[in-house]
Design a protein around this ligand. Structure first.
Ligand code: MSP
Length: 655
């Protein structure tokens, strides 16, 4: 019989900055769920990746003096980049998608065309607000105190020719999906979506941009690039082969899958994404789970606030499994939680070193000391002393399963640790060291006590495997559990270990952390990382070669500035009226206000490329681009307009 297929995804990450512990939380949680489903015996496909287009990336690359692709390549594939982090964190993804992958780009063009051809995408003019860091469009009424409702930052006026997706058409179906199915969880997120977006009325969504170029071009209207969220959300199906020939898993029953996402992007995943799928005539995801945020001092972590926690430093200091465990044990998955180093150390010391670590080391040490590591077959079971532990162990798998099926890994761990704690208490109740004083009389009882402890440890070990895969392998080796007794089935069985099980005490699984020392070391590591980072600048690279004919198509002309003024409501733009030698004034908008006073430029002789397609910015048309030289000084971008000899007449061609 075919195994049940289970498809699970994390959000694909913006490689605009290094990933922090909040991103790690989201990916570790998805990894734990993927591993849990593998433990159940299902055929799991786990997808993660990177979301590499958009204006933010284009801007950052320009600041760094590299192309957008070079910029993202470095953060995704480079040392201590996204891929390295997931490798370090033992993330077991089966596939990794980059939205710059050719097959994905092809699929996005296919999807956009299909949405257009079936009448759900039409052309109009976009007027509204845009939050650049979030790559989100907002209407005036959605803003919070005039700022982005997600991140609280300033928004910009935006007006340009754009394509729109008929999101409004799907309002009733989306309401039904949210209210009458368990598609979106936890339930509190349903209420948020209904109150904030559905009740006020869904508006059509702007799904293309013309004011920047780093995106998937609309193939039937090349001045437009596809809105980054349409591009990004589609990854969940393009990675299965939808609209491309790279994979053929979409047809093989992997879709629909489960999307695990952070709360601020639930809107995209529970409204826009299902509406796109409905329009395409494809099934909506099985589930969207919106987890909470890890906060620092009560606020969201962000690079710009300078309060991000580096997962590399924590994993290197405390171990990958301990970090994975802490993230899942401490914070209820659907709610926000406050991260702190002290809490991390406390969790390691209490749960891992004291409770689980001690259980394993005491049990294996006693088996070694009293029986040379191999338990004798003769046993004495004492019902009134043993039954409670056995019952608890045998009931654990169901409780754990129930929690995991409800996306509550923290509850699953709570159940496991109830058993770990009960097993430790069982040691104190049965005092093996007293039994060992009279081996002739009490040897069989002592063997039975140790066997009970080993069985309890084994079952807990199986259920902890998705959380701490490497440490649980070491635990199984120490308690003599081979692969046949590490299965999901055997987690509901008592006495799966052989009667004469051989136990090998090994190194402490989870050494105790000295809090003061660890905090000092952490501080030093954070400082060292800062120093290392401030020394690193992306090396400028030469652009890809173009052939001579392509180069010759660019029409560079000398132009004279007739007038120059700042564009109202824009912090960046200057509006130039230029003499380009044709006798008709040319208008060019340029984002250089930071470096020049407009009046100072009147009369200057500059260079412009004049055969670019016209573009609208802030409602004004820009016909061409002024050429500048850009470099970096003390990490800051510095720009110089290219000025040439005033003796050169307007219209002179550069060649
Ligand atoms: N690129 C989009 C997702 C596109 S999915 C089609 C994106 N990327 S992100 O890098 O900003 O965030 C990736 C994930 O990390 C999101 O689920 C987000 O909620 C999560 N987290 C980022 N910071 C977080 C915390 N501080 N805490 C918990 N999760 C957080 O959004």
């Amino acid at each position: 019989m075919d195994k049940k297929k289970f498809y699970i995804t994390t959000p694909i990450y913006y490689p605009s900055d290094k990933l922090h512990i909040g991103h790690t939380y989201c990916t570790v949680a998805t990894d734990v769920l993927a591993r849990y489903h593998r433990l159940l015996g299902e055929d799991v496909m786990f997808l993660t990746g990177t979301d590499e287009h958009g204006q933010k990336i284009e801007d950052k690359a320009r600041e760094a003096g590299v192309t957008p692709k070079e910029f993202v390549d470095r953060i995704v594939e480079g040392p201590r980049g996204v891929r390295d982090l997931w490798k370090l964190m033992n993330i077991s993804n089966d596939r990794f998608i980059r939205t710059t992958d050719d097959y994905h780009v092809k699929s996005i063009q296919y999807i956009f065309r299909r949405l257009h051809d079936n009448g759900d995408i039409y052309k109009g003019t976009y007027k509204g607000k845009y939050c650049k860091p979030c790559e989100s469009f907002w209407t005036e009424s959605q803003l919070k105190d005039g700022k982005c409702p997600d991140c609280g930052r300033e928004v910009q006026d935006a007006e340009e020719e754009a394509y729109f997706f008929r999101l409004s058409k799907y309002a009733d179906k989306i309401r039904d999906l949210l209210e009458n199915t368990d598609f979106l969880e936890p339930r509190s997120r349903v209420n948020e979506m209904i109150r904030n977006f559905i009740d006020p009325g869904l508006e059509d969504l702007c799904v293309s941009r013309t004011s920047f170029s780093w995106g998937v071009p609309v193939d039937f209207d090349p001045g437009h690039v596809v809105y980054v969220w349409v591009d990004a959300l589609s990854n969940y199906i393009t990675a299965l082969g939808y609209g491309n020939g790279r994979y053929d898993d979409y047809e093989k029953g992997w879709w629909p899958g489960v999307n695990i996402v952070g709360k601020e992007i639930v809107r995209f995943h529970s409204i826009i994404w299902p509406a796109m799928l409905m329009s395409l005539g494809e099934p909506v995801p099985k589930k969207c789970f919106g987890h909470g945020w890890l906060l620092l001092d009560g606020g969201k972590m962000s690079k710009s606030k300078g309060n991000v926690v580096d997962p590399y430093i924590l994993a290197e200091q405390f171990g990958v499994d301990a970090l994975r465990f802490f993230l899942m044990r401490t914070f209820p998955f659907g709610s926000d939680g406050n991260f702190s180093n002290e809490l991390l150390i406390q969790t390691i010391n209490t749960d891992l070193a004291n409770d689980l670590g001690n259980l394993v080391s005491r049990t294996t040490a006693m088996a070694g000391k009293y029986f040379g590591g191999t338990l004798p077959a003769a046993r004495r079971y004492e019902k009134e002393r043993d039954d409670e532990l056995v019952k608890l162990v045998l009931g654990l798998r169901d409780k754990y399963e129930d929690a995991m099926e409800h996306y509550a890994p923290h509850k699953a761990l709570e159940e496991v640790f109830k058993v770990v704690q009960r097993a430790n208490k069982y040691i104190d109740e049965n005092t093996p060291w007293t039994l060992a004083k009279d081996m002739e009389q009490n040897g069989p009882r002592l063997a039975s006590v140790l066997y009970h402890l080993l069985e309890a440890t084994r079952v807990c070990g199986i259920l902890l495997t998705p959380f701490m895969p490497v440490s649980m392998d070491r635990l199984f080796a120490q308690i003599g559990a081979d692969a046949s007794v590490q299965t999901w089935l055997s987690a509901s069985m008592w006495a799966a270990l052989p009667a004469d099980v051989h136990v090998a005490k090994g190194e402490n699984l989870f050494p105790r952390v000295d809090t003061d020392k660890a905090l000092q070391e952490l501080e030093a590591a954070v400082e060292a990382a800062k120093q290392a980072e401030s020394g690193v600048e992306l090396e400028p690279q030469l652009a890809e070669a173009v052939d001579f004919d392509t180069f010759c198509k660019s029409d560079f002309r000398v132009v004279k500035v007739k007038s120059c003024e700042a564009v109202k409501k824009s912090e960046k733009l200057l509006k130039f009226i230029l003499d380009d030698g044709t006798g008709t004034d040319r208008q060019i908008l340029s984002g250089i206000r930071k470096w020049y006073e407009p009046e100072a430029l009147v009369g200057k002789t500059l260079v412009a490329i004049v055969n670019l397609p016209p573009r609208k910015m802030m409602g004004l048309e820009s016909c061409g681009m002024l050429i500048s030289a850009v470099h970096k000084e003390k990490g800051e971008e510095v720009l110089h307009l290219l000025m040439v000899d005033d003796a050169i007449p307007a219209g002179a061609k550069l060649c």
